[in-house]
Ligand binder design. Structure first.
Ligand code: KIV
Ligand code: ZN
Length: 514
């Protein structure tokens, strides 16, 4: 048997993925996703940027407390304060990594950092040394390596290794590289840096030209042994390399790749769905591996081929990536114990019995309207229940009317500060009328940037999952709502977004706020 290298999978859905506008996740949502990543046996989970806000700090800390089989990583700029804050958040972790970075491309050094090459090297070295005082596991990234000068890149990496970095991550921050070029860059770094055999080379590619996965895999062929990626390719702008594409390419093409991941690939689809439900970023139907059509064979000729021998048109088995796990799990007659047990299996826990009771009441309501309840329904339901906590605007009731030949209209009653407010409005359709009625009360003056509806499972009794994206004064928030009635789901999503806007939020961005 061939002795294969291990390819480490570093998931950054909770950090870089969360940097997509509107994709911010709560602490509890991050814990749920992190547990799913742990079940998948992801090697390293980057949970956040602890300096960004108290919420980010607490999320890293909470995940570090409960996830014990994966290494937990916190991001820190090459600054004393960031590194100390990351180390503090990571204290409860069984295995902790600090990931520190500084930009090394001429444009970033001159225009963003206003620093010379020598100053950048000095700051990188001090950051790695300081991080090593808190953990033996330190990763260093020369940000925008894909546009950095080769000689300088070698110099800063050599110094970072000397200072104690065990992982050197090469980011194509702006998604500018193309596969042979990026593979070549990583290969040449490994060949030219004397101590390269003492560290793991990693890659972190953005998808601005749609090449993030191809670039990452090209680097793996040239010696990278860690890939940074996200579920569904979520991430800044066009996103990051997608975990499912990297992992399944390496698994499927063992004739090409000299390495293997240790992942349980059957967890891919359930985790993809969870991330989509929590962030409200739908997965396009033709997305590789996790898209609804990825294993669907429509054309008769293909179906015939697949029925005779599945290998004619299938290079992977749907069940190997977790499509078969889409089973009915609960129904109308399921009791509180069955409900709680399934939530436990999904890694969902509640802080108080009252929260569990609320979720169970919502589950009973849903089971009356929809007989077969899937894991995806449970995730949506739990997200909806957890929004209830800190709602400023609460939906008391909604009546929407639509009739052939009549103008659609809606009436909503909202509760704010214990007082009920009523408003009615008409609109182009019942959803428009509902939003106008809500706006009549709230007067947010926010701009609606996106409205999308997706069915969570199949069938006309499925829950519709609505995402609403609002923009106000430079801030973007997403709201989500799920219900078997899509007008109701839309109202919930709109209010969720408005409630998010009502909470002041100033999170530092690791790369833009310097
Ligand atoms: O894209 C990037 O360069 C990053 C760094 C922080 C690694 O996300
Ligand atoms: Zn990035």
């Amino acid at each position: 048997m061939v002795n294969r290298d291990k390819l480490k999978i570093f998931d950054t859905t909770l950090r870089d993925g969360e940097q997509s506008p509107g994709a911010s996740m709560t602490r509890d949502e991050k814990v749920r996703i992190a547990k799913s990543l742990e079940r998948m046996r992801v090697d390293i989970i980057e949970v956040g940027f602890p300096t960004a806000s108290v919420g980010d700090f607490e999320a890293v800390q909470a995940v570090a407390k409960v996830v014990k089989d994966s290494t937990i990583c916190g991001l820190a700029r090459a600054l004393k304060g960031d590194i100390e804050r990351a180390s503090e958040a990571l204290k409860p972790a069984a295995s902790a990594r600090i990931h520190t970075f500084i930009a090394t491309s001429p444009i970033h050094m001159q225009r963003k950092l206003h620093m010379t090459e020598d100053q950048v090297v000095e700051q990188a070295v001090s950051a790695v040394r300081l991080a090593r005082q808190y953990t033996d596991d330190v990763e260093f990234s020369p940000e925008d390596a894909g546009r950095s000068e080769f000689e300088f890149l070698c110099r800063v990496i050599e110094k970072a290794i000397e200072a104690g970095a065990g992982t050197i991550n090469i980011p194509d921050t702006v998604g500018y590289n193309i596969p042979h070029q990026f593979g070549d860059l990583v290969g040449r770094l490994i060949e030219n840096i004397p101590a390269s055999d003492k560290v793991t080379f990693s890659v972190h590619c953005h998808n601005d030209l749609g090449l993030a996965s191809a670039n990452s895999l090209s680097a793996v062929l040239r010696g990278a042994r860690q890939v940074e990626c996200t579920i569904n390719g979520l991430g800044e702008r066009a996103g990051n390399a997608s975990l499912e594409e990297i992992v399944m390419t390496v698994h499927t093409r063992q004739d090409v790749f000299p390495c293997i991941t240790g992942l349980d690939t059957t967890q891919i689809v359930p985790t993809s769905r969870m991330v989509s439900t929590i962030t409200g970023f739908p997965v396009q139907p033709n997305k590789a591996i996790v898209g609804a059509n990825a294993f669907a064979h429509e054309a008769g000729i293909h179906q015939d081929g697949v029925l005779k021998a599945r290998e004619t048109y299938e290079i992977m088995r749907a069940e190997d990536v977790g499509w078969a796990s889409n089973k009915i799990v609960l129904g109308k007659h399921s009791g509180r114990n069955a409900f709680r047990t399934r939530l436990d299996e999904l890694g969902i826990t509640f802080d108080t019995e009252e929260e569990l009771n609320n979720a169970f009441a919502n589950f009973k309501g849903l089971a009356d309207r929809k007989h077969e309840i899937y894991d995806e329904d449970l995730h949506a339901l739990v997200s909806d229940t957890s929004f209830d906590h800190d709602e400023y605007w609460k939906l008391v009731s909604l009546t929407a009317h639509s009739e052939t030949g009549e103008t659609p209209s809606a009436q909503v009653i909202l509760q704010v500060d214990g007082e009920e407010k009523v408003a009615s409005a008409s609109g182009g359709g019942p959803v428009d009328a509902t939003f106008c009625a809500i706006e009549e009360i709230v007067d947010s003056q926010a701009q609606l940037q996106l409205y999308s509806v997706n069915n969570i499972t199949t069938g006309t009794d499925a829950q519709g999952e609505v995402t609403v994206r609002l923009h106000k004064s430079g801030r973007i928030v997403n709201g989500h709502g799920a219900d078997t009635d899509i007008i109701m789901a839309s109202a919930k999503a709109y209010l969720h977004a408005l409630n998010r806007l009502a909470i002041p939020d100033r999170r530092a961005h690791p790369q833009h706020d310097v």
